[in-house]
Design a protein around this ligand. Structure first.
Ligand code: GNR
Ligand code: NI
Length: 173
């Protein structure tokens, strides 16, 4: 297993199309293990494959209290949603930014597990929000896309500036 580098906004790889997973291979097992390790190392509650540069339809999450119950969602689909909540979100690909966005309150998600077996979950609360956030990543969508264009512009500028400073520091070191 290895911790992989998380891609930061505004990187075009976060906007690319993703392909369905069509084979349950040792390579897929390795990718899943890397995603879980990377998520825990970054102290996130979820991680989607495009965030580490893999344009595939899968994500991992762990919304358990003790961070010891990772779950894998392969080729996920939301088949029903109901209600609306205001959700305060952050994203490992948009460090230092927290904003409130609208989400469905309850969802039904269908996906395959690590062994390729289909499952369905009816979710609410943080688990439902996390699934919606991760599924958006698979469609090249980020939570800031729900904000006003002005807010999006400010966030983009802030992250580009942070990147510039980090590069400068790396060159000095
Ligand atoms: O770690 C994360 N926390 C979080 C908080 C509120 C709503 C969604 C999330 S997901 C995020 C990890 C991440 O960026 N996943 O793509
Ligand atoms: Ni995210």
């Amino acid at each position: 297993m290895s911790v992989r580098e998380i891609i930061i906004h505004p990187d075009p790889r976060l906007r690319e199309k993703t392909s369905a997973v069509d084979a349950f291979t040792p390579e897929l097992e390795k990718l899943i293990a890397d995603m879980i390790e990377t998520m825990y190392q970054a102290q996130g509650i979820g991680l989607a494959a495009p965030q580490i540069g893999e344009q595939k339809r899968l994500f991992v999450l762990d919304v358990s209290e003790n961070h010891d119950q990772p779950q894998v969602y392969i080729n996920p689909e939301i088949v029903a949603k109901a209600g609306e909540v205001q959700s305060e979100e952050g994203c490992l690909s948009i460090p230092g930014v927290t904003e409130t966005v609208p989400r469905a309150e309850t969802i039904t998600v269908r996906a395959l597990d690590q062994q390729g077996a289909a499952f369905e979950q009816q979710l609410t609360g943080l688990h439902a929000i996390c699934v919606q956030h991760e599924l958006d990543h698979l469609d090249g969508k980020l939570f800031i896309d729900y904000l006003s264009p002005l807010k999006q512009k400010r966030i983009r500028k802030k992250l580009l500036k942070q990147e510039r400073l980090a590069t400068q520091n790396a060159e000095q070191a």
